[in-house]
Design a protein around this ligand. Sequence first.
Ligand SMILES: *[C@@H]1O[C@H](CO)[C@@H](O)[C@H](O)[C@H]1NC(C)=O
Ligand SMILES: *[C@@H]1O[C@H](CO)[C@@H](O)[C@H](O)[C@H]1NC(C)=O
Ligand SMILES: *[C@@H]1O[C@H](CO)[C@@H](O)[C@H](O)[C@H]1NC(C)=O
Ligand SMILES: *[C@@H]1O[C@H](CO)[C@@H](O)[C@H](O)[C@H]1NC(C)=O
Ligand SMILES: *[C@@H]1O[C@H](CO)[C@@H](O)[C@H](O)[C@H]1NC(C)=O
Ligand SMILES: *[C@@H]1O[C@H](CO)[C@@H](O)[C@H](O)[C@H]1NC(C)=O
Ligand SMILES: *[C@@H]1O[C@H](CO)[C@@H](O)[C@H](O)[C@H]1NC(C)=O
Ligand SMILES: *[C@@H]1O[C@H](CO)[C@@H](O)[C@H](O)[C@H]1NC(C)=O
Length: 819
Amino acid sequence: MTLVLKKLFLKAILIIINIGAGQSCTKITENRYYSCMRRNLSYIPTSIPSSVQTLDFSFNILKHLKKTIFPVLSFLEVLDLSRCKIKHIENDTFYNVKNLTTLILTGNPITYFGPGCLNSLHNLQRLVLVDVGLSSLQLQINNLTKLQELRVGTNNIQSMSLPAFMSTIKDFSLLDLHANNISVITTDHTAVLREIGRNMTLILSSNPLLYIEPGAFKDIYLRELNIRSAFVSPAAQKAGLNALYGLNVKRLMFGKYRNDYKILSSDANYLDGLCFINFHEVYYYMKEKHVVPVNIFRCMINATIVAVKGGIIREIANVPFLKIKELYLISNQLDTVPGKKLAHLHTLEKLVFTDNVAIQIPDFIDMRSLQYVDLSSNQITLTSCCSFFSSTPQLRYLNLSLNPQIGFSIGPFDGLDSLEILDFHHTRVVGMGPFFSNIKYLRYLDISYSSITFINIYCFYGLKNLNVLKMAGSHFQGDVARYLFNNLTFLEHLDMSYCRVVELHPNSFKNLQRLKLLNLRGNYLMTIDFLALTNLKQLISLYVDKNSITSIPLHVLHSLPTNLSELDLSYNPIDCSCSQTDFILWIMENQNVLKKPDNIFCKTFSPSSDFRATDFDIDSCVHKKRLTIVLSLSFVTVVVLLSFLVYRFQFYLQYCCILLRGYRSPGQQECSYDAFVIFSSYDEDWVMNELMENLENSVPPIQLCLHMRDFQAGKSIASNIIDEGIMGSRKVIVVVSQHFIDSAWCRFEFELAQSRFMMERNANIIIIILEDVEETKTKKVFGLHKHLKKNTYLKWSRDPLSNMRFWIRLRKAIIATNQ
Ligand SMILES: *[C@@H]1O[C@H](CO)[C@@H](O)[C@H](O)[C@H]1NC(C)=O
Ligand SMILES: *[C@@H]1O[C@H](CO)[C@@H](O)[C@H](O)[C@H]1NC(C)=O
Ligand SMILES: *[C@@H]1O[C@H](CO)[C@@H](O)[C@H](O)[C@H]1NC(C)=O
Ligand SMILES: *[C@@H]1O[C@H](CO)[C@@H](O)[C@H](O)[C@H]1NC(C)=O
Ligand SMILES: *[C@@H]1O[C@H](CO)[C@@H](O)[C@H](O)[C@H]1NC(C)=O
Ligand SMILES: *[C@@H]1O[C@H](CO)[C@@H](O)[C@H](O)[C@H]1NC(C)=O
Ligand SMILES: *[C@@H]1O[C@H](CO)[C@@H](O)[C@H](O)[C@H]1NC(C)=O
Ligand SMILES: *[C@@H]1O[C@H](CO)[C@@H](O)[C@H](O)[C@H]1NC(C)=O
């Protein structure tokens, strides 16, 4: 089975197991936090350990709660039973989970609460009864002495009057009554609240309030009052605000949730009620438009934080704010930044003027405390920034992002020595020079997507304290990037994504010893070799996803910073071939470091197919490698063997060549001898004295070829045997003796002779038996035994008569020509 198939198989098994395990819960923190959310369970699984502290049991089916439903879970503190279709809760239901501090019963259609069922939860601090069909706040919770929060939103409660005992619960601090059916609030209803006399948070938003009895909230202290969308009509709201006189509240939130931009009738006194409420922070979610100009801020002059969001305001009147520290004017379609109107406000520290339509920035005159100015998401187009802030020496934060265009004049940040955070992202910056040189405390600079092309290597020259530099979408001329960051020794976060960088010089980051995050996403990098040479010891995160990296050499991977715990390599055209097994193996083994390892795909020929690098079958490469090794080994063996054979049988081969040549032109073969004599040198005496004497000196003389006489000097013996002897003679005389049998040379010569005449008649080989040789011994010489059996041979004898006959027969045999 291939690796891919194995994986698929495992996945299938896992899916099957998961279906079977659908009833069980997810362990989020061992022994402490378990989630059984959406498991369609009708009981608490026994797999939950008794040590559990938090149990999310939402979206199951419990219906009827009684004592036996919960096992003893003494340590359970947080129990979420949201939307479990619970209808009925018996008296002793929570007997086994007495130590609960938080109980959430949101979204259950509870029709029956056992009287006192909640009273056993003596430690309860948060009780959430949102959307459970409650029609009254008269709950039996008098024993919940530790209760802090009661959330009863989205019910059908018509009166906000609390049970009297609530005033004795000393930590009680939040009552959430949003989205109920409260239409009337009288002094009686607030009696307990007044008695509590503590800084409570009261949420009355989204109720259909028609009427508040004037003075109902007089002398009540609240930390927060939320009355957003709490009135049935603008008129009811106006009257309601008036009726709230005498209330002391830290944070007042009013206005609306919905964006209906209702046009209000011409009532300039609409917000006058606010003048008699004592508040510190006011949040007005406007979402409406006044026909006549209403001085929204008239009754807010004593507040420290003022926020107006989502309205339609055309103009802001002069406001003599007395204590204001923070002013938020967000999404109000204002076309002018109220710089001049706020002049000389020595208390203002923070101005947030975002999502409006201002096109210019006025001078901010004499605002000594102003530290934070956010003018992002407007329509601001500037030709010369940023002298407007020359009298705000404390300015630390300036956000001009998401505006159309900003041009810089000479020394744009002169006098703004305190600037720490500067954001221009998605605002076109015109004329980028070394402007930041004097902002020595700057920690954060965002110039992403500001259409900047860096030409000057001194752009960041003075930014010795810069921590974060975001410059996504910028471009660099030439090798400016190599020197640009040289002075940024405190930089920890550098975002150079989508900068069209093709390659990086190792020296680019040589001084960034503290760099922790380097984002190079979406460039055209083909290698990250520069990392092997830079000394980024502190680097923790490196993003090189969406580049053109096909592989990373092993030495670079091994020299990655030791602290690196997040490397994003996804969406690169990884070369998944057997030559890259080291790299792919590294990917497989380092998935804990790799961010989104499942998105590392192999480069394939069809762009539509996604093949994950982690699915690459390395085993097949091992097989291929083995096969290659085996094949080359066998090749070498064969070559060695062949060379040995060639060496061993070189004479035969040589002979074969000559033979082939000979056969090609048999007619041209010219013989200089009548017979070549094969004999052992031990028999030389007989050959010289008898054979030579008798044949060469007779008439006609027979020319013999004798090796010691006729072989050419300087030629190898083998070629002599072949050229002179066998090829140069018409016949071959073989002198067989005991010595002949024992001589390797003789045997060789005889074999050659046989092979030469193989095609011709054997009559060309004349055998002389010089002395008797045992038959078994003749078998030692290839072909001799057979030859002797098939052909007549001459036998030498010392007897003179037979001797004479021998010479006559021999001479005849030599002279006889082959027809
Ligand atoms: C939930 O469980 C009930 C029985 O307890 C069963 O009838 C129902 O089909 C299950 N629903 C799902 C979505 O599994
Ligand atoms: C209940 O919680 C308190 C602390 O909140 C702890 O001291 C006590 O031991 C717990 N009771 C049980 C039965 O676990
Ligand atoms: C529930 O408990 C209350 C007091 O804690 C008791 O008065 C009431 O009778 C009990 N109801 C049932 C059905 O046990
Ligand atoms: C409520 O507290 C009282 C006294 O502290 C106690 O007698 C009573 O049993 C408690 N009720 C419940 C339901 O625990
Ligand atoms: C809200 O209360 C009024 C009476 O104040 C009642 O007529 C109306 O039906 C209630 N609305 C709902 C949704 O219960
Ligand atoms: C309520 O808050 C105000 C100001 O935040 C503080 O002066 C006052 O003491 C607080 N009252 C209580 C009862 O906590
Ligand atoms: C502001 O506070 C002063 C006293 O500090 C008070 O006289 C004045 O009425 C307050 N104005 C508003 C609009 O609340
Ligand atoms: C600047 O404002 C933009 C838009 O409101 C916001 O996304 C960005 O986070 C702000 N910059 C800083 C540094 O707070």
